[in-house]
Design a protein around this ligand. Sequence first.
Ligand code: DAH
Length: 352
Amino acid sequence: MLERIEQIKKEALESLQKVQDEAALEQWRIAHLGRSSPLMQVFSEFGALPKEERPRIGQAANQAKQVIEASFSERAQAIQEMKLNRALTEDTLDVTLPGRDFRRGRLHPSTQTMRRILAILAEMGFQVFTSREVETDEYNFQLLNFPPHHPAREMQDTLYIQAEGRGDNPLLLKTHTSPGQIRSMRYFAALNPDNPPPIRIALPGMCFRAEQITARSEVQFNQVEGLAVGEGITYADLKGTLADFARRMFGQNARVRFRSSYFPFTEPSAEVDVECFVCGGKGCSVCKQSGWLEILGCGMVHPVVLQNGGYDPRRYTGYAFGMGPERQAMLRYRINDIRYFWGNDMRFLEQF
Ligand code: DAH
């Protein structure tokens, strides 16, 4: 029996030397320490031994088991180390390699220009008021003093959304930011109907028109509208404000000129040109040799519009203006085709 134990131990230790990986180690463990291993067989036969032999054989068997188990843990640790060393030498990491570049996001040129305009207007005391994209004919036209069937409506080819069941007040996509004038005036007037507060706000937003898409016209574009209403506001305030805006937007030497024009919601109305910042007014291809670039429409808020907004025109006056960020971006960066703005061409967008 003692010899048998010795033999079992010897075989176990010898075969353990050949074990090289975790899978083989597990097989070895089952074969030599598992429930049906020769060693466990010895233990199960133990009860059949004569009493006087039991201590010696028991001791030998226990010793053999301890030795085999110790060798097993040693081998297991050695295999772990081998595995780690192999990983360290094979999966080398070259810390001197340059990092991989990733694509950084940027703001759309239209958003950049929009934010610049709003930042300047904010410095001048104009607070942003956001209005809606889906409007009614009433707000987009009627309350702004566009009578039904008035030819001025045709300046703005409207995208209608729903006409059925709405009489002469169809739903539409707003064609300009001017309906925000009525919405904001009504909002502020409602705060104190007998004594509406003075307001000075900027209305940014996307506008939509059923245009033939060409290099110069798109079906969607942004506008930023300015509106100031209060007591004693005059045309001089409008001129001073826009001259100041132009200097902040286009540079300290920027000059503006006012050409009289027509809009139903302002009286008098004007269009504003800024001296061409490309050639400084000498004449170039951007300003078509005129030395001037048109940047916005403006005027004194029409009494009917003030009235519709809840501001008594006998007491209040106001001015308004509306400009297009895309148009200003085109002038500034000399972009010659408006279709680039919504074309989602990375080669264009990455330049800003
Ligand atoms: N709403 C006009 C347009 O889209 C632009 C405009 C002109 C806005 C004069 C104004 C203004 O506030 O006073 O063509």
